[in-house]
Structure formats: C-alpha cells, structure tokens
Write a protein that binds this ligand. Structure first.
Ligand code: GH3
Ligand code: MG
Length: 561
C-alpha cells in the first residue's frame, strides 16, 4: 500500500494482517448470504413460503450480496492504490434508500430501528457507490453499538455549500474507543475481524470523495458520525428539509433515550466567517438544529422565516454590524422575544454597553471556548423556555383556560388596527350568563366554576376561523373577536353559542328564564373601522346591546341585522 494513501494514526495492523482479517469477514458474510439464498429456495420448494415473500427476501439478500462485493472491491482498490472515483449526479434520497434496503433484513439491525430523514431535494456530484459504502459502514457500526429496541438515525442536510450525511445512535462511546476510532484495525465493538468500518469510511469520505468525516460523542451519548461533502452547485445557505421520515423496524424501545435531532431547539448563527459558522455548527448540532447566516441582512431574513429559539450574533459584520442587527430584531414584534448572544472579542466596557443597550442578553467571548459556549447556550434556552411559558400563562384565564382579559385587550387593539388598514369589517360577540349569582348560591361556587368552564368551551367551539378569539372578559362574561367578519358572520357565531348551550343542557333550577343555563348576547360590527373611531366605541356598542338583551328578557341575542 502506498504511503501517501495511509492516513495518520495508521499502524495498528500490518497491511497483510488487515487483508487477511478482511477476507475472513468477507468470506464469512458471503457464505452467510449464500446460505440465506439456499434457505429461501428450500422454503419455496417445501411450500413454506409464498412466492411474494420469497421474492422480497431474495431482493434483500441480493442487495446485501452486491454490497459485500462492492465493499471488497473498494478495499482491494484502495490497497492496490488504483481505486477510481466515478462521479455523477446523485440524489441523496436514493442513496439513503439503498442503505435502508441493505439493512432491511440485516442481522445487525434485527430488533432495532433505522430512521431515515430525507433532506432537501436536489442532486450532488459524487460517486454513489463510494458514498453508499461510507454510510453503510457508519450505520453498521451504529447498529452494533445499539441495544435491541433502539434506534439508529440517518439523515441528510444541506448547509453552507456542503452536503451532510449524519448517522446517530443513542449511546456515548468510551473515550479509549473514541481515541482510536479511525485507526485501521481498531475494533470499536470487540468483535474479531472488524475495525475497518470507520477507517474505510474516513479514507473513502476524505481521500476519495474530498469530504470531511468525523464524529461527536459526549459522555452519555448520543454518538453522531458525519460526512460533509463539498457541493459548490448548492450555492451555500441552509435549506429546509422535506421533513419526510422513513421508518424501518420496531417502535423505539424505552431504553432508546436519544432525542430526535430535528425536534431540537433551533439556533441561528450570524457570522461572516465560514470557519466560525462551521465550528459552532460542529459543536452545537449534536443537540440543536443550527441555521447559519453570513451577513446581518441574511440573518434578519432567516430570523423572520425560522423564528429561532436563540441567535448567536457576531459583533463585527460587514455592512450592517451586530449592534444594528440586534436593534432591528428588538424593534420587530415578531423577533423581539428571541434572545441574542453576542460573539465578540470584547474590547472593553464600551462594546459591552453597546451590546446590552441594543438588547443583547449575554456574550460569548472569542476565541470561543467549547464549554463556555455550550453552558451559555443551554442557560439561555432554559430561560427562554420559562419565559415563553410565563408569557403564555399570563395571557390565559386560570379558571377556563381560554384567553384572559389582557390577551383580549391586546388582540382587539391589534385586529382593530389591521382592519382599519385593510378596510375589512370587525365584529364582536359578548355574552353574559343569566342568573349566575343564583346559580352560585343554589349549587355552590365549585359547580359555578365548572359551569363557567363549560360555557367558555361553548364560546370557543362557536369560532370558525383561526383568527377568531374567544376570551373571558370578566366574571361570567365572555367575548369573541371576529376579524374580517361582517354582521352575517357574527350572527352565525352568536347563534352557534345559543345552540351549543341549549344542546349542553346544564340544569339551572334557579333561573327565572329557563330550566337550564342560558346567556344573553350582544353583537356589534364595525363595517369599516375608520380613523377617529376606536375599538372602545365598538365595545360600548356591544355592551349596550348585551344590556338590552338582559333588559328585554334574557336568553336572547340583540344586535342582529
Ligand atoms: P344577570 O342574569 O342579570 O346577568 O344576573 P347574574 O346573577 O348572572 O349577574 P350578577 O352580576 O348579579 O352576578 C354574577 C355572579 O357571578 C356574581 C359572582 O359571584 C359570580 N362570579 C363571578 N366570577 C366567578 C367565578 O370565577 N366563579 C364563580 N363560581 N362565580 C363567579
Ligand atoms: Mg350574569
């Protein structure tokens, strides 16, 4: 084997010993597969298998035979120094499918699950056989490290003009194994004859495909191997995946503690340095979904589009600098709540003050320390989750779970302005429970509370559109905001509330108007909210109609046109 083709760290086995170990594995696997073929023929002859089932098994075995032979051919080519690279346009989804087919009946995958996630569509120029080989080796190792009932994940990403293929299993790797993982003959699992998988994955991925192969394996897992291939044709920039997940194998078992990478928090890194973007991506994408932008303008657009949970923002950016980007983020209600961590070589108190004034929440000093980065990101995300939860809670009514008065006031103001701009009508429906004091007195406050929950539910059910909102206005008063809804639409909602309550039929023995719980309802519509009029006018109108409904006998709607 030519010295120039030997990666650093090699030397755990001589080339000759390695060749022999490899041949042993090859012939062992080959014999297994041929025995499998024989077994299928036998079952067919003995009528123990249907032709359909046998055909499926035959295809799987043929797929694995081809794979074994390809493996052998490639390694022979590497050893002889004459492996050719046959680059052509390849669809990553096809490669992932081939890997799935290879493991469909593979012993190593028995009782385990392979989860594929197809990334963005579009081809890349590479050698499909070598690419498949790299992935099969990585997936095989991941299966070997996965207990029964566990899951191995394989997915494809597109970032910064590179195509990534990632393989993950839930467990961490022992440091001693991790240290020698790419050495030829190093045996990750203690099985005889193996130990070529990661070695050849790196050799093929880096020397022949021109990519980068590596892994991350924090204590406690997960272990993630990656192959990043250059793809200049992609033009850079992150692209959204097709979110298509293909599953193979049983449902995940209780021991499979690996969180799916694509349900993780989303981080947006805005830095003009490709090295910093890649470094942060490599560190953070073990746990988070990492998006990157190379300029302030691109970062602002991505923040709007993806609503990340946290932004890591470089101070020194060409054009719009980090302070300006942060100020813009904080000025927009859609991005205001996203915490911003500045990445900076701190040059003194002045910079720090400017960053804080612009709305930044903390700093990550450059040069970036792995531990500081991870700790600050983790802390800020935990804080944001708590704040999000509090924000949501502060807008909900504690008793009924629907929007509270505060949320109602905010939403009405926002929708009033929107309808003023667009010239669309805006309607409000307000209802008040009849003789509720008597209900409380007769049935007790506990049942009174339960009654209010039921009524709130009826108001929510009456809504038709996502923009409609039902809220508890106070005590036993409920209200619906119906944007872009005229009087006819509002009438339908009001009638729906009456019908819903009648169907619910909650007994109310202390009501003077009916034997069950009823409401009086006012409806008001502003056909074209106009300058000079305010939402308060509309509320006064609906309130006086509700009063009228009470005055004229209760259990009715006033304000219908
Ligand atoms: P009307 O038909 O004219 O609306 O008479 P009413 O008895 O419904 O109206 P009134 O305003 O006299 O009484 C409302 C009652 O609602 C009094 C108050 O104790 C009760 N109430 C307000 N909030 C709650 C609550 O959260 N839970 C319970 N159980 N009762 C509440
Ligand atoms: Mg009442």
């Amino acid at each position: 084997m030519a010295e120039s083709r030997t990666p650093p760290g090699e030397g755990a086995m001589t080339s000759q010993a390695c060749r022999e170990a490899l041949e042993q594995v090859f012939f062992h696997d080959l014999l297994n597969l041929v025995e499998g073929l024989d077994g299928i023929a036998w079952r067919l002859l003995a009528a123990r298998a249907t032709p359909e089932a046998a055909a499926g098994q035959l295809r799987d075995l043929a797929c694995r035979l081809v794979d074994e032979i390809q493996n052998q051919r490639i390694l022979l080519g590497v050893d002889a120094g004459g492996l050719g690279v046959d680059r052509r346009e390849v669809e990553p989804s096809t490669v992932l499918e081939t890997v799935r087919a290879i493991f469909a009946q593979h012993q190593v995958a028995e009782g385990r699950r392979l989860e594929l996630r197809q990334g963005p569509a579009g081809s890349l120029a590479t050698d499909p056989v070598l690419l498949t080989r790299v992935l099969v080796n990585l997936v095989k190792n991941a299966f070997e490290a996965t207990p029964e009932g566990g899951t191995v994940r394989l997915w494809h990403e597109w970032r910064e003009g590179r195509r990534g293929f990632l393989v993950e299993n839930a467990r961490g790797m022992a440091p001693a194994v991790a240290a020698r993982i790419f050495e030829r003959g190093a045996d990750p699992g203690g099985r005889p004859g193996r130990g070529l998988g990661t070695y050849s994955a790196r050799l093929l991925g880096e020397r022949y495909l021109g990519g980068e192969v590596g892994f991350s394996s924090p204590p406690g897992g997960p272990t993630r191997f990656f192959l990043w291939l250059p793809d200049p044709a992609s033009g850079g920039g992150a692209q959204a995946g097709r979110e298509e997940t293909v599953l193979m194998g049983p449902e995940p078992g209780p021991g499979d503690g690996c969180a799916p990478p694509y349900e993780a928090d989303t981080l947006l890194v805005i830095d003009d340095s490709g090295t910093v973007r890649r470094l942060l991506g490599n560190i953070l994408d073990r746990q988070y979904r990492v998006l990157t932008a190379a300029s302030g303008e691109e970062g602002l657009a991505m923040a709007l589009e993806h609503a990340p949970d946290l932004i890591l923002l470089d101070v020194m950016l060409p054009g719009m600098d980090g302070f300006a980007v942060c100020t813009r983020l904080k000025a927009d209600s859609r991005t205001r709540e996203i915490p911003v961590l500045f990445l900076t070589v701190l040059s003194g108190e002045g910079d720090e003050m400017r960053a804080l004034e612009a709305g930044g929440i903390d700093f990550i000093p450059k040069p970036i320390s792995h531990a500081v980065l991870c700790a600050r990101v983790r802390n800020q995300l935990a804080l944001k989750r708590t704040q999000d939860r509090l924000r949501t809670l502060s807008l909900l009514d504690g008793l009924t779970g629907i929007a509270n008065r505060r949320r109602f006031d905010q939403y009405l103001e926002m929708e009033w302005q929107r309808c003023t701009r667009s010239g669309h009508p805006l309607s409000v429906v307000m209802g008040d429970v009849d003789f509720f004091k008597a209900y409380n007195d007769g049935y007790g406050h506990g049942q009174g509370d339960e009654c209010l929950r039921r009524v709130a539910h009826i108001f929510s059910l009456a809504l038709r559109r996502p923009a409609d909102l039902a809220a508890r206005y106070g005590g036993e008063e409920f209200v619906c905001i119906l944007p872009e809804t005229d009087a006819d639409g509002a009438r339908i909602v009001a009638e729906q509330i009456m019908v819903g309550l009648a169907r619910l039929g909650l007994p109310h023995a202390f009501s003077s108007v009916a034997g069950q719980v009823t409401v009086s309802v006012g409806v008001a519509t502003d056909l074209r909210p106009s300058v000079g009029r305010t939402a308060r006018h509309l509320m006064e109108e609906v309130d006086s109609r509700l009063y009228e409904a009470k005055r004229t006998g209760r259990n009715r709607i006033v304000g219908l046109t």
